[in-house]
Design a protein around this ligand. Structure first.
Ligand code: ATP
Ligand code: MG
Length: 388
């Protein structure tokens, strides 16, 4: 009945001269996504649409996969025929006849203005055929069978349903960012939002063995593996953070430990981001969620870096973050209990308004630059890929 999936670009259509690059990127991402599960398909690209031609594959399973590819606005399962009104009429009748329902509606879009019949004329011809050969009635408000007919340059497309895509921009079109990934709920959601917006990610995780267990690393890998749904290959950097953390606790007031720790994390992230040719650093911070996420704290933490720091969740409520985490399947992994390097050395009264003069005083107590260099030297790089 159907032979291809129509892919609509949405926001992409407005991107002017970069459009070609965007379409190529989207095509590449679609290919990478589908090839992990399907063999018999081809991708056709046109100026503002793209089609997946399938053979012997379940198109509904394909659509489900495509709904995780950023830059796709909508998807329809279509049948393509020649732009001949008799063929269009026969196909429309065949499609309607083979679907259950009592009422129908015809929605015609004539994108190809050179087609000799206007939309109203096409509707009249098709409706006449269907009304004379079936018991169906027309219902323009709530039809059981809304049949779409799109006349384009290369052919006519007929379809009933449209499925929503992820939206956003094709992955990679917004450059690469170093994402700080903890084992919590927030950072995987922040990652998803960035990827959806076209940002490809590398991940950095700070591990503090033996205070944090190897179970945390497993959890981090599981989270990254889940995020492979949106990016087919991900580089994860595991940074040994123990020595820096111990130095902080040795030399600084307990109430400043978190602030100092986060400054070290941002210093490390920036350095690795630079080395890995990332354009920015990102975190899962949300305003006011914990003491280190007040604006006073964010300001003094931010000061260590000249890189743009992206915080996609800054205005999000926890409930909204949780709902998103459930939708992208990271929630169940995130809530597995784990030792965070922040919870291990959990100070009783962390500063919500840390003072820069105090911070400077503590940071002069030890040679953190050397510890940062050592941590970077011993950083482990892991590559995770979508299973083929
Ligand atoms: P999350 O739910 O993502 O763990 P959180 O609400 O627990 O966030 P914090 O622990 O203050 O908040 O961390 C804020 C952000 O800092 C995290 O979202 C993450 O981006 C980064 N971060 C915290 N701990 C680590 C870590 N061990 N490794 C890498 N990034 C981290
Ligand atoms: Mg956390």
């Amino acid at each position: 009945m159907y032979d291809r999936i129509m892919v609509r670009f949405g926001e992409l259509s407005t991107k002017g001269k970069n459009k070609k690059d965007f379409i190529n990127l989207l095509r590449r991402n679609i290919q990478a996504k589908l090839i992990s599960q399907f063999f018999h398909f081809e991708i056709e690209t046109y100026y503002d649409h793209l089609y997946i031609v399938f053979f012997e594959e379940d198109p509904y399973l394909m659509i489900k996969e495509l709904q995780e590819v950023s830059g796709i606005q909508a998807l329809s399962l279509v049948t393509k025929v020649n732009k001949d009104i008799n063929i269009i009429k026969e196909t429309a009748f065949y499609l309607i006849e083979n679907k259950k329902g009592e009422t129908f509606k015809l929605i015609v879009k004539r994108a190809d203005k050179s087609f000799p019949l206007r939309s109203e004329e096409i509707i009249r011809i098709l409706a006449k055929e269907i009304l004379s050969k079936t018991n169906l009635r027309v219902n323009v408000h709530k039809p059981d069978l809304p049949l779409n007919i799109e006349i384009r340059q290369e052919g006519a497309y007929l379809f009933f349903e449209t499925f929503l895509g992820l939206g956003g921009l094709p992955l990679g079109s917004s450059g690469k960012v170093m994402m700080m990934l903890s084992g919590g709920i927030d950072s995987p959601v922040a990652s998803y939002l960035l990827m959806k917006r076209g940002v490809s990610l590398e991940f950095i995780h700070f591990a503090s063995p033996p205070y944090t267990s190897s179970g945390v690393i497993t959890k981090i890998k599981d989270l990254v593996t889940t995020l492979l749904s949106f990016q087919d290959q991900i580089v994860l950097h595991i940074v040994p953070f123990t020595k820096l953390q111990e130095a902080i606790y040795e030399h600084a007031d307990e109430s400043y430990a978190i602030t100092l720790m986060r400054r070290m994390m941002f210093r490390l992230s920036e350095k690795l981001a630079y080395k890995r040719k990332c354009l920015a650093v990102a975190s899962g911070e949300s305003l006011g969620q914990v003491s280190s996420q007040t604006l006073d704290s964010i300001k003094v933490i931010n000061e260590v870096s000249n890189f743009p720091i992206l915080r996609p969740l800054i205005t999000y409520d926890k409930n909204d973050i949780i709902n998103l985490a459930k939708r992208i399947n990271t929630y169940e992994i995130s809530i597995i209990p784990y030792e965070d390097c922040c919870t291990i050395f959990n100070p009783k009264n962390p500063k919500t308004k840390p003072r820069i003069s105090e911070i400077m005083k503590f940071e002069e107590q030890f040679n953190y630059q050397e510890l940062i260099a050592e941590a970077l030297l011993n950083t482990e790089k892991i590559i995770l890929k979508l299973e083929k």
